[in-house]
Design a protein around this ligand. Structure first.
Ligand code: GLN
Length: 278
């Protein structure tokens, strides 16, 4: 169980998103309320990514030490202002390395990504998902290939880093286009593909590009706080604002300032999914 948070909206100090409220992400690291198996505290590092006004680039800070031990959270990160922030605290799954490279957020281009959960047997499961994607791409007449060797690009030997390899490949708009036309389709394809091979997988994903947030709920908790000028998705509410909404399990969520869309995450709902052999 890791915990993560995403913010988009009016400018905020980066550090403040990690520490705001009586039940901030930093507090959730050592006193999470919604533990659903898989650890008791999130002491295996943390990370935060942030974007400026035009979301043209993303910057990141990570540390493999517990978030409550890093003075940068109070002394440096509050000095930086951002229009969007994505943060995470990590509880490493048993058997996975505790190192900086394994701490979310993972970055590619202007995207940032975090995973709360576990994919049991991730090496064989994600190899099988890549192979399904490749079959679907071939059937759809695409020359773009999803090859198992792409898993070697994972930044760390963890399920989360490997999931990011697959997701960023689905997000890549470079011609010939991939299977997913939108970030939501990419998330749906990935989660449904993973669940097909590992029905007990826990895949709460959080994705941001500096202007919007996308997320899935699959086993772990997620809440949304939406105002006219901001949107927050968070594993747990950081305060007692009455506007927090708990998101149902097995949902695909998109949040922007003033807007929240929640769809059911099931197979066969999107046209791209229909072409998958799963
Ligand atoms: N399995 C992932 C890791 O070890 C995420 C763990 C979690 O959600 N606790 O990094």
């Amino acid at each position: 169980m890791c915990r993560h948070i995403g913010y988009v909206g009016t400018p905020v100090p980066v550090g403040e998103v990690l520490t705001r409220g009586p039940h901030s992400l930093r507090t959730q690291a050592w006193a999470p309320r919604e533990m659903r198996g898989g650890g008791t505290i999130n002491a295996d590092g943390f990370g935060v990514a942030w974007w400026g006004r035009d979301a043209a680039s993303v910057t990141r800070y990570r540390n493999a030490d517990p978030i409550w031990t890093d003075p940068a959270v109070d002394e440096v990160l509050p000095q930086l202002t951002a229009h969007a922030v994505l943060g995470s605290v990590r509880s490493a799954t048993v058997g996975m390395p505790v190192e900086r490279a394994a701490c979310a957020p993972f970055l590619w281009e202007t995207w940032a990504f975090s995973h709360n959960g576990v994919v049991p047997g991730w090496r064989s499961v994600l190899t099988a998902v890549l192979s399904d994607l490749d079959t679907a791409a071939t059937r759809a007449g695409m020359t773009r290939r999803y090859e198992t060797s792409h898993l070697l690009e994972a930044e760390a030997l963890t399920d989360s880093a490997a999931l990011w390899v697959l997701l960023r490949r689905l997000l890549d708009p470079e011609p010939p286009a991939g299977l997913a036309e939108t970030p939501a389709t990419a998330l749906r394809l990935l989660v449904t593909g993973v669940l097909h091979h590992a029905p007990d997988a826990r895949v709460n994903l959080l994705l941001g590009n500096g202007t919007a947030l996308w997320a899935t709920t699959c086993y772990h908790s997620l809440y949304a706080l939406i105002g006219d000028e901001f949107a927050v998705l968070s594993s747990e509410p950081y305060d007692d604002d009455a506007r927090w909404q708990q998101l149902p399990d097995r949902s695909l969520v998109c949040a922007e300032p003033g807007e929240l869309s929640v769809e059911t995450l099931d197979l066969g709902r999107s046209t791209a999914t229909e072409s998958l052999p799963i």
